[in-house]
Design a protein around this ligand. Structure first.
Ligand SMILES: [Zn+2]
Length: 122
């Protein structure tokens, strides 16, 4: 895949496969949060900030400089993402035949120096 400059794209380019007979064109944003809508990445991030601060949609729209309708669409999408993430966290992992891999990097240390002291640190 090679980058091909397209100035009216959100990132200013798209990917094009140069292999003989392929010529597939794809967006670098395909499958990402930023693929949807016509809001710029910067404005999406600004709206995201307002969303997490629990600001009202009208306030967010005014501050970011988008229409109220656009802000509502982004907020709605963010709600969807939160719902999916929350639902995912409620699913218990593991069953009789499941293999669970444990990352032991922080098994004997405090991650980010938080939490209670381990026996060896006392
Ligand atoms: Zn290809």
């Amino acid at each position: 895949m090679n980058a091909e400059r397209i100035t009216n794209y959100k990132l200013g380019f798209r990917w094009r496969c140069r292999r003989a007979g392929c010529n597939v064109i794809t967006s670098p944003l395909k499958g990402t949060f930023f693929e949807r809508g016509n809001v710029s990445i910067l404005n999406t991030l600004r709206l995201l900030l307002h969303f997490f601060r629990k600001d009202k949609v009208s306030q967010a729209a005014t501050d970011v400089g988008v229409t109220r309708k656009t802000a509502i669409q982004v907020y709605h999408y963010l709600h969807e993402v939160c719902e999916v993430a929350e639902a995912h966290d409620c699913i218990m992992i593991g069953a009789d035949n499941d293999i669970v891999e444990v990352d032991d990097t922080h098994l004997y240390t405090n991650k980010y120096h938080r939490g209670r002291l381990l026996q060896r640190q006392m």
